[in-house]
Each structure stands twice: as structure tokens, then as C-alpha cells.
Ligand binder design. Structure first.
Ligand code: ZN
Ligand code: ZN
Length: 101
């Protein structure tokens, strides 16, 4: 969420006049400004995806050749995985739960 600013595409004119036609600016949706609740990236019929699936659930692993080519789907053979330390808000390396077992 950002503070509303004048639309950089139409410079606040809300669109472009073409003869008899007035084309509403696609970037700001014809409002003349973007930001706040009019975030261009947040608009659209489809709700944004909740985020990419975990890498080990990626559909690439349904390919037997891919799964066989890589030693471990968690660490990709490096024996270490990157984990997020929520409290410290830092990325730390940890032993791969698959390989270290
Ligand atoms: Zn605009
Ligand atoms: Zn591993």
C-alpha cells in the first residue's frame, strides 16, 4: 500500500481523448491517480495467488527424470537448506532434514 500519486501514465488526465472517444487510462483505471486502494497491481478479477508453492511441491517433481537427476528435492544435494528465522528475521542455513536423517 502506497500513498496515492498522480498517475504517471495519464498524468492525472484520467485517460486519453481520441476524437470523439475518451479512453480511460488503463494504468489507473481512469481515476487519474494510483496508489492507496487503487494499486494497479492489486486490481483484477482474480485474487492474487497466495504465493508460489513450496519448491518440493512444485510440479516439476512429478517428472521422474527431474526427480532422479537431483539427489534431494529439499537441498538439491547440497545437504543444507535455507530456513527463515522468524524471530531474528534472518536466513540461516540448516542441515537438510532429508539428508541429515
Ligand atoms: Zn492514468
Ligand atoms: Zn537433502
Amino acid at each position: 500500500m502506497t500513498d496515492p500519486i498522480t498517475c504517471p501514465e495519464c498524468e492525472g488526465r484520467k485517460g486519453q481523448r481520441l476524437g470523439e472517444l475518451f479512453l480511460a487510462c488503463r494504468f489507473c483505471g481512469g481515476l487519474g491517480w494510483v496508489g492507496g486502494r487503487n494499486e494497479p497491481a492489486e486490481r483484477g478479477e482474480c485474487p492474487p495467488p497466495a504465493g508460489p508453492p513450496p519448491v518440493w511441491e512444485h510440479r516439476v517433481w512429478q517428472e521422474p527424470a527431474v526427480a532422479a537427476a537431483l539427489l534431494c528435492r529439499y537441498c538439491l544435494g547440497s545437504r543444507q537448506v535455507t530456513t527463515m528465522n522468524e524471530e531474528a528475521r534472518t536466513m540461516t542455513m540448516a542441515a537438510c532434514p532429508e539428508c541429515a536423517a
